[in-house]
Design a protein around this ligand. Sequence first.
Ligand SMILES: Cc1cc2nc3c(=O)[nH]c(=O)nc-3n(C[C@H](O)[C@H](O)[C@H](O)COP(=O)(O)O)c2cc1C
Length: 378
Amino acid sequence: MKNATCIDDLREVARRKVPRAFFDYAEAGSYAEETLRANRADLEQIKLRQRVMVDVSSRDTSTTLVGEPVSLPVALAPVAMTGLERGNGEILACRAAQVAGIPFTMSTLSICSIEDVAAAVEKPFWFQLYVMKDRGFVRSLIERAAAARCSALVLTVDLPVMGQRHIDIKNGLSVPPALKIGNLLNMLAKPGWVASVLTGRRWTFGNLDGYVKGMEGAASLAQWVGSQFDQTLSWTDVEWVRSLWPGKLIIKGVLDVEDARLAAKSGAAAIVVSNHGGRQLDGAPSSISMLPRIADAVGSEIEVLFDGGIRSGQDLLRALALGAKGCLIGRAYIFGLGADGEAGVGTAIEIIRKEFEVSMALTGVNRVSEIGRQILMQ
Ligand SMILES: Cc1cc2nc3c(=O)[nH]c(=O)nc-3n(C[C@H](O)[C@H](O)[C@H](O)COP(=O)(O)O)c2cc1C
């Protein structure tokens, strides 16, 4: 990946190496993709303030996220089915994150299981929880995350129902799956991917397989998942989760000031300002447009994290300047994973790190704690 100098380069390689159905799945947003596009477009509108003649020789990108030391204010976001972008993708991404000194978040809907990843890495990782209708199963997931020494629980709250991605239906990535012959042939035409997925030997939802009574195989588990998103979810459920998980809780998917205030009262350590990468409510504002209001409202009470559209160190700097303590990246690392496995995720993180460090210098700051609105054009 020596020739990859930006996230877009990784995306191009991933586009060639990953079967179309899974590449499209990672890239897509819901419905007309207005919110997906807004996430990027609004970030690009934010202009950084170029400063000169400031001693920027002692730059340091390290900080903390929910009390954990990190080398860069970034965590890998939970991404369902990461292990189908590349065989054993969750293990590879978690290893790369730990080498880079940042947290990895494992999705409930991963291909590798919590236990698989815990056995394959050195340090604790974060676990993302969907509260399903089957509360007994949710309780067991929380217990498994605790047994695996996960250091934070990321509770995703923006998916009581699933937004539709048109391309997934067209590609047969639907519930139940209906992969078309063209897609199957396209998969077979990606030998590196086939080899990695075959040798990885994990092809279903690892956290569910064997734990959901009467459900076996990817198709029936996918059907089970589709029927399990809970439309009754409310703040009372957060109290229930907190009673089972005394550790650090991060509430992901807050996009409104009023909801942020409620989250701040819930006893969580952090929120993630997020619209699920433009995959849920299409027509919702970009996450970056909501960040400053939310940070102003609750930033003194709760750690405010951010995601949606981060593709560069400059984007990271923009979000920090508008009040984020750190950012989650989703597609940026998924492209790296599809392009070159663990090394590709490492490349994605290092690209963002270098861009961030250079942009800190050019905006005249040495420390993450110095980054504020003063580095933006008003
Ligand atoms: C392919 C894909 C799958 C995702 N799966 C999950 C998931 O299982 N749980 C979750 O909380 N968020 C999920 N997300 C949302 C991400 O955690 C994150 O909010 C989003 O990707 C951030 O936007 P970005 O991709 O532009 O960085 C997913 C995103 C993508 C792209």
